[in-house]
Design a protein around this ligand. Sequence first.
Ligand code: PLP
Length: 241
Amino acid sequence: MSDHPGNAEVLARRAELSANLATVRGRVDAACRAAGRDPAEVGLVAVTKFFPASDIELLTDLGVRDVGENRDREAAAKVGELTRRDQLTVHFIGQLQTNKAASVVRYADVIHSVDRPKLVTALDRAAASASVRPAVLLQVCLDDQPGRGGVRPEAAADLADLIGQAEHLELRGLMAVAPLGADPAPAFARLEELAHVIRQAHPGATWISAGMSADLEAAVAHGATLLRVGSAILGSRQSHR
Ligand SMILES: *Cc1c(COP(=O)(O)O)cnc(C)c1O
């Protein structure tokens, strides 16, 4: 396949993305109806990792305004290629090493994966030198697999306080990934409870980032305000590139 897809290919991809988006938006609306929530309070982040900047352009045409990426090198390159960067909010959702902080603050508007004091310090310093003030979410670990990132729920309040003191970061809420292979509902319920606790001390921390392609309904039922949806919109990784 050539690097410059022909017009027919672009149109076919646009139609595929459009249909997938309609399906996902339908699922979100139905989940909101079931939960008695207003769909306007649930944001959709299209997770474009593994997919080219051309897909982000098509999604922008289709009304998507939030995109998520999980690897610094890939994200930095791709965001640099965007022709309508100003129309998009870029979310960094992957595990983050402190030595990538300076890079991430240059393109990410929202950083979902803040889970340890060292990272708070590194991001705050990086944001100061870049003269930015990114929104950050505190990632909570909802299972016993700390390898996937996240602070233990018991330690979340202290870390939230630390973020709250960071001059160049704005604490906006919590993020979590549901435990692998388990019912996501109890985990999302716990996240929602924790979000209420954190909000007592940090009134601006109103966002709950939870729910992916497979479990967005459970996340909506438990107060999610941001859904991070990849494969249900973009397709499976194998089918493109
Ligand atoms: C990839 C990814 C998603 C999207 O997952 P899908 O199952 O493809 O919807 C959401 N959150 C994080 C942290 C991810 O890495």
